[in-house]
Design a protein around this ligand. Structure first.
Ligand code: ATP
Ligand code: MG
Length: 489
């Protein structure tokens, strides 16, 4: 629908501009030609007038008498173009008419004659005998010596000029509609041709659906409007595909991860429902069910959060915030968590650091690290927390004296669902999503993490975030890999 209207519009404007151009050019050419011919007619009239003035100059006395003498034979205006000559004596009486005038007499404007003391004047064109238009030059005549002897008139027919003008108009009347038709056909062809690549893109884009989202439009060899459209569409397909993958992965993860707790819940429920089940047995089964249900809801919550962060939808609004209150809150929670497990919390320096971030996400990040530290440290151990400002960065450190991580496992711990077999008994109820969330949150904040760990001795996670003060100045390093800095002791 819209494609047709673009083509129609292109054709319409093309034809209209073409017609207007032709009209303007046609009229301008006609005017130019008319002025040229008109000027040459004036010239011819003046030449005729001078020829007569020269001849009359030789005459003596009144022109009437002279004419009577010579019977007009001495007057010899050039024959071409056919000029009409008429002479008047001092009384404004016509004394001579050239033969080509026949019985006809050129009109005499007495007012004009009286005003014309010397020289010559060309009167406005006039229509004579209701037929042709004429142009008349009137002039005063006087011999070499002596007073004026009368007036002369030379006239030329404008018949040819008028005919040329009529023909020209007629030609334009045919040419312009013809040109409009031709330019409409041409314009339509051009518009179709110009819109063809868009039509092609449209066809291919329509073909790309859920089943072949990985396909892309072929890029054009030239960087033109259509090329940019293709780029935009390809970007869109890319994002669609990513979201699609994300959704598929989410569903797959959910169904996979929920299978075990659901099986457990089912088994425990069956135990509880057995007619022979003792009250204590029932109670234990229900406790397991509640635990598993809690675990499942935590898992789904984490998965949803991860999926949202990864897909880029609901990008959090980063605002300037102070890390100190967040870390102080975390310290409270860490103290409680540590005490319930018989661990000591060592609180280090808590500097004031301003970063560009999302308070809820940063809190979640710190919590996941503290949760791990507490979880993977046997009772009697130490968990240490500190926030220090170093140069242009804020460094949040979570250290523990727990089981530590094998060097070979370091590269996997940030992957979703990765859980070390060694720590499994300690991290009861975990799903392996904590550090994936940390990684995603760091990506959003353009931060990075350093992990230092020694099996049997403990681990240290240092989160590095750019300070807001520098990011303002525009010197912040963008796009650094969040897991870029990883170190082993
Ligand atoms: N402080 C730590 N000390 C020792 N091992 C750790 C520590 N932090 C993480 N790990 C290892 O990395 C794995 C992944 O951690 P992650 O936080 O992603 O998952 P989780 O703690 O097992 O489960 P969840 O965080 O979802 O409850 C853990 O299973 C553990 O093996
Ligand atoms: Mg964890």
């Amino acid at each position: 629908m819209s494609r047709r209207s673009i083509r129609f519009e292109l054709t319409f404007w093309y034809s209209l501009i073409m017609a207007l151009t032709l009209l303007i050019v046609g009229v301008a050419i006609e005017r130019l030609a008319y002025n040229r011919i008109s000027a040459s007619i004036d010239n011819s009239l003046r030449q005729g007038a001078y020829a007569i003035i020269n001849e009359v100059a030789l005459l003596k006395g009144d022109v009437g008498a002279a004419m009577a003498d010579t019977q007009g034979t001495s007057l010899n205006p050039p024959p071409w173009p056919p000029r009409y000559v008429q002479l008047l004596d001092t009384n404004m009486a016509v004394v001579y008419r050239s033969r080509n005038l026949g019985a006809f007499q050129l009109p005499v404007d007495t007012l004009l004659l009286r005003r014309l003391r010397s020289g010559m004047v060309i009167a406005p064109d006039m229509k004579l005998l209701d037929r042709e238009r004429f142009r008349v030059i009137t002039f005063r005549m006087r011999p070499v010596k002596g007073s004026p002897i009368g007036w002369g008139q030379v006239a030329l027919s404008l018949h040819d000029l008028d005919r040329a003008k009529r023909k020209n108009r007629l030609a334009l009347a045919f040419i312009i509609p013809g040109a409009i038709v031709i330019s409409a056909v041409l314009g339509r062809w051009l518009a179709t041709r110009a819109l063809q690549p868009i039509e092609q893109v449209n066809r291919t884009a329509r073909h790309i659906g859920a089943t072949n989202l990985h396909e892309r439009l072929a890029p054009r060899p030239v960087e033109d409007e259509v090329g940019r459209l293709i780029d935009t569409l390809n970007d869109l397909f890319e994002r669609l595909e990513q979201n699609f993958i994300q959704i598929n992965r989410f569903s797959a993860d959910v169904s996979h991860e929920l299978r075990t707790p659901l099986t457990i819940i089912q088994g425990e429920a069956e135990v509880a429902l057995k007619p022979t089940a003792a009250p204590e047995e029932m109670r234990q089964a229900l406790e397991v069910i509640v635990d598993e249900a809690r675990r499942m809801s935590q898992l789904v919550r984490n998965l949803l959060m991860l999926a949202r962060l990864e897909s880029g939808q609901q990008r959090p609004q980063l605002t300037r915030l102070s890390l100190r209150p967040i870390v102080e809150d975390l310290a409270e929670e860490a103290r409680y968590m540590a005490s319930t497990k018989g661990l000591t919390l060592e609180l280090g320096r808590i500097d004031d650091a301003e970063v560009l971030g999302d308070a809820v996400l940063l809190h979640q990040l710190g919590f996941n690290l503290i949760d791990n530290a507490v979880k993977y440290t046997p009772p009697g151990g130490v968990v240490a927390l500190s926030l220090e400002v170093a140069a242009t960065t804020a460094r949040l450190s979570v250290r523990d004296t727990g089981t530590g991580i094998e060097p070979g496992e370091l590269e996997f711990i940030f992957e979703r669902f990765y859980r070390s077999a060694r720590t499994r008994p300690l991290g009861e109820g975990g799903s392996g999503l904590g550090l994936s969330l940390v990684k995603q949150i760091l990506e959003i904040h353009r931060g990075s993490v350093q992990v230092t760990s020694k099996p049997g001795e403990g681990s240290r996670f240092v989160i590095i975030l750019p300070l807001e003060r520098i990011s303002r100045a525009g010197r912040r390093e963008a796009g650094s890999s969040p897991i870029g800095e990883r170190a082993l002791s």
